[in-house]
Design a protein around this ligand. Sequence first.
Ligand code: RFL
Length: 394
Amino acid sequence: RRSLVVVIGAGPAGLTVANILRAASVDCVVLETESREFIEQRPRAGFVEEWAVRALEERGFAEGIMARAQAHHECEFRWAGERHTFRYGELSGRRHFVYPQPLLVTDLVRAYADRAGGDIRFGVREVALHGMDTDRPAVSYTDPETGQRLRIDCAAVAGCDGARGVTRASLPAERVSVARHDYGIGWLALLAEAPPSSDCVVFGLHPRGFAAHMARGPRMTRYYLECTPGDDPDNWSYDRVWSELRTRLDAAGARPLTEGRLIEKRVLDMHNYVVEPMSYGRLHLAGDAAHLAAPIAAKGMNLALHDALLLGDALVAHCARGDGSGLRGYSDAALRRVWQYEEFSEWFSEVLHGTSSGDPFKAGTAAARLRRLFGSQSAATAFADLYIGNEVDN
Ligand code: RFL
């Protein structure tokens, strides 16, 4: 069908695009390599910025968030044995909504597939793109049950298959540029079956390495520990993890940490990339397929949603009204926010990792930034605006 859109990947980006298309009665097929159970449980992000919640709410996709998310408007830096509360909500007038990614994915699958009767095919294999630079694009894949090779002719493809998908890999190298940044830092990402030990996000800046605490709900907490890139998670026993967390997050008057079983323990090598442009012919990338922002500033899922809102509307205009202007401007419009968030992540990384860098110059500049953040109203306001997510794209 020539007005149909194939969405590759059922993460936050792909499911948001699919829901927007479905709500506008534009035909759409979603292809996902994993099972429904798997994507509804995969733990990852948890902080949704207020502008994104409002945008989802306007479209009727934020029911679960509004009913169950906790609002956060403060964070805390623990540095040189002291606690510094940072009230970004007061400074920016905006807040974060703590809503684990699996819950958002579950809501979006339910809205698209169960309520709106949208077509989503789980467990597909060997997805391949054809003729993206022609006016007869198509996507083929292997059906998991029959083993048959199937082909879908379409009007456009939304490449929402994340950091390890096929859509980015199928862009011809001479038509795109990929900007990369490697931080040379690893984070041990932990998910503890334990209630949060603070009412807000805590950043521990310690000579032994950075550490962080982030609520993921009443019984679940995410922790991060800076480690060597490529470190083996098996080097981190239960006792070592909790002992390091206690040391690095220690400060005068801090509540003791509530320990709990570690249900996720993986090492993330901190790196970013940005693909430019995000469109090639009939293929339009969104979310991690187009750009990665290491979880340093919790921006990845928010950027995925931003892309998806823009792309969904642009595809509706194209398929339902024959107006291609949104698709032509999509890449430029999305990349403005992408680069703002990439820049902030890089700046913030230097603040978070300076103390443990072993480099007196980096430690000195990080300390200068922290003092400015705690002491200057204008610096604090500028930081708050970026931390909670820009209201406008510069
Ligand atoms: P996703 O969520 O990776 O979804 C892509 C989907 O595509 C499927 N797929 C394919 N489907 C069909 N054909 C193929 N060939 C396919 N290959 C893959 C995959 O199975 C998957 O279902 O990408 P999307 O939608 O762009 O969303 C991006 C976000 O998931 C990501 O940016 C965030 O999770 C990043 N992130 C965080 N972001 C935040 O905003 N706040 C946070 O606090 C935060 N914490 C995190 C994070 C990412 C983490 N990891 C695991 C890298 C914490 C962690 C530990």
